[in-house]
Design a protein around this ligand. Structure first.
Ligand code: PHE
Length: 460
């Protein structure tokens, strides 16, 4: 076992430390803000009828997401190892069991599964950079933009190529390590993406159907809600915040002692949620003003945004910039997805970061072909939830992440003693008590109930 006990009794991480609080907040925000906000949120909200889904999602973010995120960071910082070793170590230290390591392992696995399909969609964004730059979308009609996406989806070779390219980029950054690799990638991406979304918002406000978009997003129609969509909303909250699988725990392991976990979590949750809502506000008005369908599925943003951008002055330019930023956002999230597995291989099997990144990344790359083929060769081979892509998405977002979150909340809330958690969260005050109620009661019960009723519905 590697020793990482510092002289003063506080542990340090083998992989180094964030150079500042800002670097940590940016890295976590970089991990949180990604395809989940701009690609996934609009399309799942669209498929689930809008308003009521959005409301459940927001409740989950605040009541479950926030306490789980704080729990993950504090566990990570206390253990200072990869999520598997951290859960094992703290499980023992807190007088429970080594077997908590399996909760860490579940997270490593979830990260691998998620990245396998995430990388495929990230590949689409890479492809759309090139399409945009070549002017394909300038003044294009809705029909043309839709046809372009259909043609791309059936092009197995091209999709394989961009998936490969994206995994290569991810492996490259992760191999370089915490400070040199992760920090630099996020410093400019998040602000730039936010700015770009604001420009698009300006366009969508003037597009004519802004009111219809706002109504769709914010008027809850509870008849459209069932336990399946409640589970989907909760899964989306986990996915978009990057919680429930150890990504944030791994980042927490590199967090300096003095940084406030509450402040950092609140900033990240606020930034992530604003960007998702902003994406919804950009996309739905465009959907309605162009006669597109809100329930178009995973292709939604690849239809609406090129269409809108193509109609703007300087369309090819803005569209190119937008997809570059989206690729960046996906890239910084991919790093979070692979980091737990890489850190685990380095610490547990004595691999170098480079070797570990290549091994884990290679496995993910191979698995990714299941999702590439889901849009073409295997698109009709559907079981249970649908294609390989649909099943991976369901398994990870709606089962593995909530389950991981449940373990994390129970661990921080019940297994760790009050002294340990108060120590990490800066002492017992009102905010600490609020977290503790969240982690002990609200999050576990909420997650359990949603999982229970949703699964019961599927089985019944
Ligand atoms: N939060 C990321 C997104 O919204 C996805 C992600 C999930 C990243 C889990 C890391 C861990 O795109």
């Amino acid at each position: 076992m590697l020793s990482n006990q510092a002289g003063d009794g506080k542990r340090t991480s083998l992989h180094g430390q964030w150079s500042s609080k800002l670097a940590f907040v940016l890295a976590v925000t970089g991990s949180a803000v990604g395809l989940g906000n701009i690609w996934k949120f609009p399309y799942v909200a669209g498929e689930n009828g809008g308003g009521a889904f959005v409301l459940v999602y927001l409740v989950c973010v605040i009541a479950i997401g926030m306490p789980v995120m704080m729990s993950e960071i504090l566990i990570g910082r206390r253990g200072r190892r990869n999520p598997v070793a951290t859960m094992e170590l703290l499980g023992q230290e807190e007088g429970s069991s080594k077997n908590w390591r399996y909760a860490g392992l579940l997270g490593v696995l979830a990260g691998i599964f998620i990245l396998s399909y995430y990388s495929v969609i990230a590949g689409w964004t890479l492809s759309y950079i090139v399409k945009s730059a070549s002017g394909v979308f300038v003044d294009a009609s809705a029909a043309k933009v839709v046809a372009e996406l259909e043609a791309f989806k059936s092009n197995t070779a091209q999709m394989s190529l961009v998936h490969t390219l994206f995994m290569g980029l991810t492996i490259f950054v992760v191999a370089r390590g915490v400070e040199r690799g992760l920090e630099q990638a996020v410093k400019f991406m998040v602000p730039a993406l936010l700015l770009m979304m604001l420009v698009l918002l300006g366009y969508s406000i003037t597009s004519g159907s802004f009111g219809a978009g706002v109504e769709f997003l914010f008027t809850p129609d509870f008849s459209k809600l069932n336990w399946g969509s409640v589970l989907e909303a909760m899964g989306q909250a986990f996915f978009t915040l990057s919680i429930g699988m150890g990504a944030i725990m791994a980042y927490g392991a590199y967090l300096p002692e003095e940084t406030s976990i509450m402040g950092a979590s609140a900033t990240v949750v606020a930034a992530d949620t604003s960007i998702a809502i902003l994406a919804g506000l950009v996309i739905f008005p465009l959907v309605f003003s162009n006669g597109l369908q809100p329930d178009a599925g995973p292709g939604l943003v690849f239809q609406t945004l090129p269409l809108a951008l193509g109609q703007m002055p300087g369309g090819a330019f803005f569209s190119t910039i937008f997809f570059i930023l989206l690729s960046f956002a996906a890239w910084t999230s991919a790093i979070g997805l692979i980091e737990p597995g890489v850190a685990w291989l380095v610490e547990h099997f004595n691999k170098t970061r480079k070797e570990a990144a290549i091994i884990v990344g290679g496995v993910i790359w191979l698995l990714g072909f299941g999702s590439v083929f889901s849009f073409n060769l295997w698109k009709d081979a559907t079981v249970f939830q649908g294609t390989v892509f649909d099943n991976l998405d369901f398994l990870t977002n709606q089962l593995m992440l909530p389950l991981g979150g449940l373990f994390i909340a129970v661990f921080a809330g019940w297994v760790m003693c009050r002294n340990s958690t108060a120590d990490e969260l800066g002492g017992a005050g009102t905010a600490y008590s609020a977290w503790r109620i969240g982690a002990r009661v609200v999050a576990p019960i909420g997650i359990f109930l949603v999982l229970f009723f949703a699964i019961k519905n599927v089985v019944a």
